[in-house]
Design a protein around this ligand. Structure first.
Ligand code: ME8
Length: 526
């Protein structure tokens, strides 16, 4: 059973410097599947996504496009909303950091941090001067020791981003005073805070290595949230961006109903590039502001395209709308979460995509549904068959079907490695494979001539198995599974996970079946 009645999940908010690509779709897709799963599982869910619109990187992109930052961000943010619609995301809120509610939240968190002391009794914020390296692409400050010098003589951050030397007056957050507090939090306070384990280990060793104070205001440009009572200072874009997770629940209003209901976040899903911001800076900012840190941050890996890094300059950006048009939405959703273990890097290739579509979806699941439902339509009165007494083999596969949701729940929500989408889908396919064997072995087409009552029982077992599979797969492939559940005549009110306990009612009329996953034919196959 879920450990809490409520569930708050967030995706990163994406920079509006560029068009959305498959990487952005991937992270929010993972959140969408979890949000849908938890809703079906009876939890009250809040799922947030949105766009990150301040900072030097966006200001530069707007200038390059010859547009005022606000006009530019309006336009690009809309592209992310369109992506969310095209991907069938079920977010409850879409936040933009240029909204008034967010400016208020940022200034509120700043004031709360400033009003409190560090665990060592010092002021959390002090005025100083930043003399150091900054990478606009990452919107991140780097220590000299983290940089490498390329053959072109330019210094680069570990991400490959170019850095520039910055000298400017700046407010600092006394992060150095939070080092022991953070280590205590990772090790004892909340051992499940960071997943997967590889990332957890990296963060631990980074923090053990010592933390330097963090510059949290900039004075050399204007596109940001004004620091309260500090003319000329705008907030560092990461303090601004991270605060979005609180803004969306009504922070800093102490009476905000959503904040009281849903804080702290159950899960921030992020890419591995932004782990440090979410697992070092964010819990420290929150603790300094007197708010509870999130329960868990999970960092997934990086997609490449046909073996190559995805980048605009290489011209190989995978555009989600094009993928959906080519393969269909649900196959894309399935592929992204099935192909690569969540947390590891993965490669997108046309071949792998078509392999999954044709083999897992069209052959295994599509074919199972089609052969069972097609057979019933033709030979068993086009209605839910009447079962007789179940044989041991029937009981066995039915028990496996009844246990499916629990197995998937453990893989999606049980620490330490959750969410493990690929293993959850493997668990579903283990049952699909078993059901296909069951059809072959029981051979209803033979029973039709020799033992009609047994045929009816076998078919009943199969539609029940299909019902479990379709219900549990809804979060992954909502449209296709709605279609399959329609074909099983499962009423809309019986599609949550509590309804897994029910059974199909013999004699219910079944509509004419039609294929759910057409095979993908390459031009060469046509
Ligand atoms: O970092 N493979 O925004 P961003 C997998 N605004 N995921 C990828 C990817 C790839 N090739 N490319 C991008 C920011 N992503 C900040 C976040 S949150 C408070 C602020 C995904 O537009 C991945 O989730 O650069 C990564 O963390 C995110 O996009 C970065 O998006």
């Amino acid at each position: 059973m879920p450990d809490r009645a409520r569930y708050y999940i967030t995706s990163p908010i994406y920079y509006v410097n560029d068009a959305p690509h498959i990487g952005h779709a991937y992270t929010t897709l993972a959140c969408d599947v979890l949000a849908r799963f938890m809703r079906l599982d009876g939890r009250e869910v809040r799922f947030l996504t949105g766009t990150d619109e301040h900072g030097q990187k966006v200001e530069k992109a707007a200038a390059l496009a010859g547009m005022a930052p606000k006009d530019f961000t309006d336009k690009v943010s809309q592209n992310f909303r369109d992506l969310a619609t095209a991907m069938n995301f079920s977010h409850d809120d879409f936040i933009r950091t240029t909204e008034e509610r967010h400016i208020r939240a940022c200034q509120g968190i700043w004031q709360a941090i400033a009003a409190n002391k560090t665990p060592k009794g010092n002021a959390n914020i002090y005025l100083g001067q930043y003399d150091g390296w900054y990478a606009v692409r990452d919107e991140a400050f780097y220590d000299e020791k983290e940089l490498t010098t390329g053959p072109d003589g330019k210094k680069r951050a570990p991400s490959g981003a170019e850095v520039e030397w910055v000298v400017e007056p700046s407010y600092f957050f006394r992060l150095s005073d939070w080092q022991e507090w953070l280590l205590e939090y990772y090790e004892r306070g909340n051992p499940d805070f960071i997943g997967p384990t590889t990332r957890r280990n990296e963060v631990l060793s980074f923090v053990r290595g010592g933390l330097t104070d963090l510059s949290i205001s900039r004075t050399s440009f204007k596109w940001g949230v004004p620091v309260p009572d500090a003319p000329g200072h705008v907030m560092y874009v990461w303090l601004d961006a991270l605060t979005n997770y609180a803004t969306a629940l009504g922070y800093p209003d102490p009476n905000a109903a959503l904040f009281r209901r849903f804080w702290p976040a159950d899960l921030h899903v992020v890419g591995k590039d932004i782990v440090r911001f979410h697992t070092v800076y964010w819990p420290a900012f929150l603790a300094a502001a007197g708010a509870e840190p999130p329960r868990r941050v999970f960092a997934h890996g990086w997609w490449t395209n046909e073996g190559q890094k995805i980048s605009k300059s290489l011209g190989n950006v995978i555009e989600p709308h094009a993928l959906i048009a080519r393969y269909g939405l649900d196959p894309v959703r399935y592929f992204l979460l099935r192909e690569v273990p969540f947390g590891q890097d993965g490669d997108f290739s046309h071949r792998a995509m078509v392999g999954r579509l044709n083999s897992d979806l069209a052959n295994d699941l599509g074919n199972l549904a089609q052969r069972v439902l097609g057979f019933i339509a033709k030979n068993a009165g086009a209605e839910v068959p009447q079962p007789g007494a179940f044989a041991a083999v029937d009981e066995e596969i039915l028990a496996e079907a009844r246990g499916l949701c629990g197995r998937v729940r453990a893989l999606l929500a049980g620490a330490p490695n959750a969410p493990e989408f690929h293993r959850a889908l493997e668990a579903v396919w283990a049952l699909v494979t078993k059901a296909n064997f069951f059809v072959d072995k029981q051979a209803p087409w033979t029973l039709r001539k020799t033992d009609a009552a047994r045929m009816s029982t076998v078919l009943y077992v199969l539609v029940e198995v299909l019902r479990h599979v379709a219900l549990v797969l809804q979060p992954f492939m909502p449209d296709s599974m709605a279609k399959l559940l329609d074909q099983l005549a499962v009423p809309a009110a019986a599609r949550d996970f509590a309804s897994l306990e029910r059974r199909l009612v013999a004699g219910t009329a079944l509509p004419a079946p039609s294929g759910i996953f057409p095979r993908f034919l390459d031009d060469a196959d046509r």
